[in-house]
Each structure stands twice: as C-alpha cells, then as structure tokens.
Design a protein around this ligand. Sequence first.
Ligand code: C5P
Length: 245
Amino acid sequence: MSETLWLVVPAAGQGRRMGAQRPKQYLPLAGRPVMAHTLSRLHQAFPAARLCLCLDPDDALFDPAWVPFVHWQRVDGGAERADSVGHALAALAGRAGDEEMVLVHDVARPCVSVDDLARLYEVLRHDAVGGLLAAPVADTMKRDDGAGRVAATESRQGLWHAMTPQGFRYGLLCRALATAQRHGLAVTDESSAVEALGLAPRLVAGRRDNIKITHPEDLGLAARILSAQRAEGPGNTTATGREKR
Ligand code: C5P
C-alpha cells in the first residue's frame, strides 16, 4: 500500500518587503500568479499528495482554479508563518498518521525543481529525523556593526542557506512546533523547531535557483530562472517515469 504524503503550503503572508499592491503569491510571473507555479511544481512531483493551503482568512484574491490537487483543503493562516503551519497541522489531526511525512513548502518558492522535490522526498523517507533542501553558502559572510560598516568577517565553513521544502513526520513536527510555541521560540522554519528538540535534521543539497521571492527584483529573477529551466528540459519542470505519490 502506498504511503500518504501531506503537503503544507503556507501562503498567508502579506509580503510587505515586496512593496507591491498585493501579496507576492498573487503577483504575475510568466503569465500566471506565483502561487499557481508553486502548486504546479509540487503537483508534478507528487500528483497523489494531499495539500493543506494556508491562506489569510480575508484573502479575496485566491482562485481555486490554481490548485491542481484532487485532495486539498484551505486553512486559515495565523499571525506568523509558524502559526499558519500550526493551523495546517491541527487541521490534519485524526487523518495524518504520526509516521506519515509532511512536506512544508513556502508559496514564495515557485522555482523549486521537480527533481529536487523527488530527491528530497526519497532521502527523507529513509531518514529517522527528516530534513530540508539547502545550499552551501558561497559568498564571504560579513557581520555589520549596526551602522552600515563591517564589524567582522564570519567563517562560511559549514554554513548553508535553508530552503523549503522541509519534511518531517507528522507526529514529530506537531511536537516540535508545540514545544517551540510553549517556550516562546520564534521559529522561521520547521527545522529550527525540530533542532530545538535536540535533533539534527538532514541537509539535502538542492539547486541554488530555488529562490524565495522576497524583494522586488526577485520577480524578474524568478521569471528568468523559469525560462532557463524550461530550456534545460524535463526534470526541472516535469516529472517523468516516476512512481506516483
Ligand atoms: O514573509 P516570508 O517570505 O518569510 O514568508 C514565508 C512563507 O510563509 C510565505 O509563503 C508566506 O506566505 C508564509 N506566511 C504565512 N503566514 C504568515 C506569514 C507568512 O503563511 N503569517
């Protein structure tokens, strides 16, 4: 019997750093809203997965036509990203088994490749803790002095950019987020909540072009990445000959 894969997509942010009229998940990218691209990539990799989409309760821009999944539900987002993910996990209670995998992917990462998604899932299925897509830091890292000058150069040795998806078993993820909330820990990703339990999530090296659209110039960059990925061919945009999940 095939195992159930749960997808949680937090999409309740306002994206204020974009300075746009509407949240970034609704900005047009290569002819479709950012959200439609993100959901399409996830669906190409995991057509049989069950999706929980976190949206602002007052969201008037969402169109269900952008959701390619058969099994999906909308849940209300919360004040912070971790609250939105927490609402999604609560909505899955009684349906998701403790040992079933939950992949959490930011709606603002529409360029994630189908190959990376499939590879991440394969690695995490066999991992006792879970983990995340990540990329080693390439630039020299500076710490500022709070006044626009360099206070120190930090070693980049062993530093990674944390991306999404991040995947953990349902029971562990619920426990990690609940514990973080109880201790007032501000967690900006699932991994940090799991790390706070004393566990070491697996770093799965992914493509560096899995950018998170955050600043205005990122939208043009994402459009160029999507176009370059299309030119690279299958694997970046389409899943071929892979087991259905
Ligand atoms: O703002 P930032 O890019 O860090 O948000 C990361 C992700 O979390 C985005 O997909 C955003 O829509 C989502 N989010 C959310 N609920 C919030 C804040 C952010 O679902 N309250």
